[in-house]
Design a protein around this ligand. Sequence first.
Ligand SMILES: [Ca+2]
Length: 388
Amino acid sequence: MNLRSSALKKLVLCSLLCCAIPLLAAIPCEDLAKLSIPGATVSSAQMIPAGGFAAPPGGGDVQLYAKLPAFCRVATTLKPSDDSDIKIEVWLPASGWSGRFQAVVQGAMAGSIPYSLMAPALAAGDATAGTDTGHQGNNAEFMPSHPEKLIDFAHRAVHEMAEKGKIIIATHYGSAPKRSYFNSCSGGGRQGLANAERYPEDFDGIVAGAASWNSMRMDAARVAVNLMVNRTPESAIPQAKYTLIHRAVLQACDALDGVRDGVIENPTKCRYTMKELLCRGGDASDCLTAPQVESANLLLSPLRHPTTGAVLFEGHLWPGSELGWSALASAQPLRNALTRLANITFHDSSWNPHQFNIATDVELADRVDKGLLAAARVKHFETPGMGI
Ligand SMILES: [Ca+2]
């Protein structure tokens, strides 16, 4: 055993057992490939010269990477369960490290290393890590036969990334990050909340943007609303009419916040009645038919049980959102909602959304994942000096 590998092992042991600071001497980039971390396999560690990173196809704007400074790129596979296959990358600035650690993931179903999110973190001087969350591809097709991978996607991959990322950072620089942050949106925002709920020691701060915090119930509601809006050929709202509706809503509610600027600052105060757009004669481009009025109201209302009237999901669209209605109201339900319901709720990748029963399947979707994709009970993170 040479001196360097001996020091490396002591350092890793120290990192694992106590995260004590100061650590031993810093370890050069290429030597990180020899790093031994329980439950992890470092597959590569290499210096990337300034502007030298080539993202894979679909990995984002090449200009984003052309401006990056030199960094150490470490690729690692994590295996917290026998069926886990979590890929992470850790990028370490070659100089000018801020002392911060910023971890990121993609939104939706993730399924790829989030290079385009790691790049700005690195450019800010942070050591950064990103993960595919344990499966390949932005869909839920890895289910139903891989329940451990669902746990990885739900919360474990981010925790593992935080834990192993800190070890790699501390090993390379010889000191642990001064502060660690998580910064992601949508599905990534949900993972941020899940992390705060389950592993409050991982990060000093979490940016959980646009968090889909109650994912499966939300997906069910999205499919339900789509089916209701498309209940007949006449009830679907042509996309060309979204602008008509938006202008009418703005006319009624824009000035409620004191400024007519095209923004409804508090949409909960807007009480626009779609009936005002009802066609006086037949269907026309400047009005809504009665079924279209009903559909527009459905889009802006909580989802209710078809017979009891109980609220199944609070509305997720507000007045002012009309230009984006195609996400929920187009001919097909939202792809993210479909892939999760098909594979996680019904365990059938060829599931037909027209089989969806609003009276029973919203509750079913909420129940089948056993709360894995809901993150509603963040409380452990509420300690002094920590924020979310
Ligand atoms: Ca306004």
